[in-house]
Design a protein around this ligand. Structure first.
Ligand code: KIV
Length: 278
């Protein structure tokens, strides 16, 4: 499967063959191209761009037009990875018909091959409607960032006993409702590893974990976390595979120093004068 284009049905095949799915967010052409060429299976243009790219404190203000703008850059860069577009807050909750029009724009105008939306039982009918017109849908349950105000912050779900027992049952029901509605995969975010494992075992469609333990059928990370570009709080589930913030800061500081000292540009960076031919 290494060099072949990844398509929606491939994810089910990967689950069946126990081949883990590697998914990553991207928001622009250069990074999407690097990740696509590095063999990432699925690239998500996440509404996390509200925080990682726009510097907002939640994903809630992100608009559909902004998602389309970023999707176009990413789809232009990808030849192999499956590209999924996130549906921003209030673009799918109002009605199934509204969701259909908005998901259609991510596909028609942004070039997405599938869409992702947050929620379980509450959005199952909407998922069914999108799937009925062949728009592939990825679900997203657990810590759903668009529910930040209800959750009272970005909180791990289904962790403590008691109230969490109900939460655990609800998450199992949410996953079952999404699968029954036709979702082709489900993101499990911010839950104990045991619960991620249980949902993955019970679920017929692939699960993609982010802070949901190693037993999910795949994993997703936000690219800024993976590359060490995030300068604020780093959640427990994040592993930074590079330290680009430090590298970029060092490069910018070295450049500023050399400009001020007259070291840059050196002769090799200057265009020589053209000899006049007689
Ligand atoms: O918006 C996003 O980047 C996401 C991932 C964290 C799954 O939803």
């Amino acid at each position: 499967m290494a060099g072949d284009k990844v398509r929606v049905p491939d994810l089910a095949r990967m689950k069946a063959r126990k081949r883990k799915i590697a998914m990553l967010t991207a928001y622009d052409y250069p990074f999407a191209r690097i990740f696509d060429q590095a063999g990432i299976d699925v690239i998500l243009v996440g509404d996390s761009l509200g925080m990682t790219v726009q510097g907002r404190d939640s994903t809630l203000p992100v608009t559909l037009d902004e998602m389309i703008y970023h999707l176009r850059m990413v789809t232009r860069a990808c030849t192999r990875a499956l590209v999924i577009g996130d549906m921003p807050f209030l673009t799918y909750q109002v009605s199934a018909e509204d969701a259909l029009r908005n998901a259609g724009r991510l596909i028609k105008e942004g070039g997405a091959e599938a869409v992702k939306l947050e929620g379980g039982i509450a959005v199952a009918e909407t998922v069914r409607r999108l799937v009925s017109v062949d728009i592939p849908v990825m679900g997203h349950i657990g810590l759903t960032p668009q529910s930040v105000h209800r959750m009272g912050g970005y909180r791990v779900q289904g962790r403590t006993e008691g109230r969490a027992a109900g939460c655990r049952e609800r998450l199992l029901e949410d996953a079952a409702a999404l699968e029954a509605a036709g979702a082709f995969a489900i993101v499990l975010e911010g839950m104990p590893a045991e619960l991620g494992h249980e949902i993955t075992e019970r679920c017929g469609v692939p699960t993609i974990g982010i802070g949901a333990g190693p037993e999910c059928d795949g994993q997703v990370l936000v690219m800024h976390d993976l590359l060490g570009l995030t300068q604020n709080h780093r959640p427990r589930f994040v592993k930074a595979y590079a330290a680009l913030a430090e590298n970029a800061a060092a490069a910018a500081a070295a450049y500023a120093r050399e400009v001020r000292e007259g070291v840059f540009p050196a002769p090799e960076h200057c265009y020589p004068r053209k000899e006049l031919s007689s």
